[in-house]
Ligand binder design. Structure first.
Ligand SMILES: [Zn+2]
Ligand SMILES: [Zn+2]
Length: 360
């Protein structure tokens, strides 16, 4: 039987929460569970602001339980470990991404794909095993089962590396799984936001040629000069799109607004794959004829398992991959959310939690 919140969660914690669909965040006192046998407790240093945080605080997916403490790109330093913890010691730098639990029994869990476990537990706003609701990284500290904690590589920056825990693995995993990581291949990245800009960096590190596809012509310089993309296509320019038909082995589509996919399918070579990682609120129209004629694939992908998340961080450290970030203080979070809604950020806000979160 579930314990009462006071018994299950005796440790005082402090963060920022939204308490209604206005999405406005404010200081919030709450509590977390004591460190269990297999738990790692850590002080939060930095936490990225993911677009899903914005959806969740405003209940745009209709699943938010208030109050919600968002944050699933969390980097910190271990302050306490349970008696049965094997992988971590006090003082280790660690990360927690989108998941803090799964069944550990199903086929997906057995294959290190906790991200596809039907009983996965999300890092915030989700019922934990003890029946209480999980709280995320916009907070002073976290506690999580060591299985869902990753080691932070020494030479990976804590602040600009934090977004890799969601944006990074969301793009790294499909590039790997769908075989779009072979040197000499040519892929497209649709949308140049938090996800898209790290997709470009990973693809380049794999030795893959990258074309960024965007509705905004003014992102061309940024894509090519700053992020190292090989070329740029304006998606609503029919001439450019026509000239590029049949040139891509794959596409990572990061766009979460409703958009036509036929022009994107036309960019693919035969047997090309388009992988959706953005989440449009309404279904997209799927033209079947071009799929059949070119044996093309439309697929999806959702974050990554813990083993692959560790692999991705180690790869990022080795290849000097990090997000382009704007570091902000905790009391700027509501302004940051407003700017994020207008896509006014290059490319990720990261909260400097340790230095700017003040208890009340
Ligand atoms: Zn996220
Ligand atoms: Zn499972």
């Amino acid at each position: 039987m579930a314990k009462s919140p006071e018994v299950a969660h005796p440790v005082k914690a402090f963060g920022w929460a939204a308490s209604n669909p206005s999405g406005v965040l404010s200081p919030f006192n709450f509590s977390r569970r004591a460190t269990g046998d297999k738990d790692v407790r850590f002080k939060v240093l930095y936490c990225g602001i993911c677009h899903s945080d914005l959806h969740m605080v405003k209940n745009q997916w209709g699943v938010t339980a208030y109050p919600v403490v968002p944050g699933h790109e969390i980097v910190g330093v271990v302050t306490e470990v349970g008696s049965k913890v094997q992988k971590f010691k006090v003082g280790n730098k660690v990360g927690v991404g989108c998941l803090v639990g799964s069944c550990r029994n199903c086929e997906s869990c057995g294959n290190n794909l906790e991200n596809y476990c039907p009983r996965q537990i999300l890092t915030y706003g989700f019922p934990y095993i003890d029946g209480t609701i999980t709280y995320g990284g916009y907070s002073d500290h976290m506690v999580a089962d060591e299985h869902f904690v990753v080691h932070w590589p020494d030479n990976l920056p804590l602040d600009s590396g934090a977004p890799l825990l969601c944006a990074g693995i969301t793009t790294y995993s499909p590039l790997r799984y769908y075989g779009l990581d072979k040197p000499g291949m040519h892929i497209g990245v649709v949308g140049l936001g938090g996800l898209g800009h790290v997709a470009v960096k990973f693809a380049k590190a794999f030795g893959v040629k990258v074309t960024v596809i965007s509705t905004s012509p003014n992102k061309q310089d940024e894509a090519v000069k700053n992020l190292g993309a090989d070329s740029f296509l304006v998606s609503h320019d029919p001439n450019q799109m026509k000239a590029a038909m049949g040139t891509l082995d794959g596409i990572i589509d990061t766009v979460s607004a409703v958009h036509p996919i036929l022009p994107l399918l036309n960019l693919l070579k035969s047997h090309g794959k388009i992988i959706m990682v953005g989440v449009p609120e309404k279904p997209l129209e799927l033209p079947v004829f071009p799929l059949i004629m070119g044996r093309k694939v439309v697929a999806g992908s959702c974050i990554g398992g813990l083993k692959e998340t560790q692999e991705m961080l180690d790869f990022a450290a080795k290849h000097n991959i990090k997000a382009d970030v704007e570091i902000i203080s905790m009391d700027y979070v509501n302004t940051a959310m407003e700017r994020l809604e207008k896509a006014d950020v290059r490319y990720r806000f990261v909260l400097d939690v340790a230095n700017t979160l003040k208890s009340v």
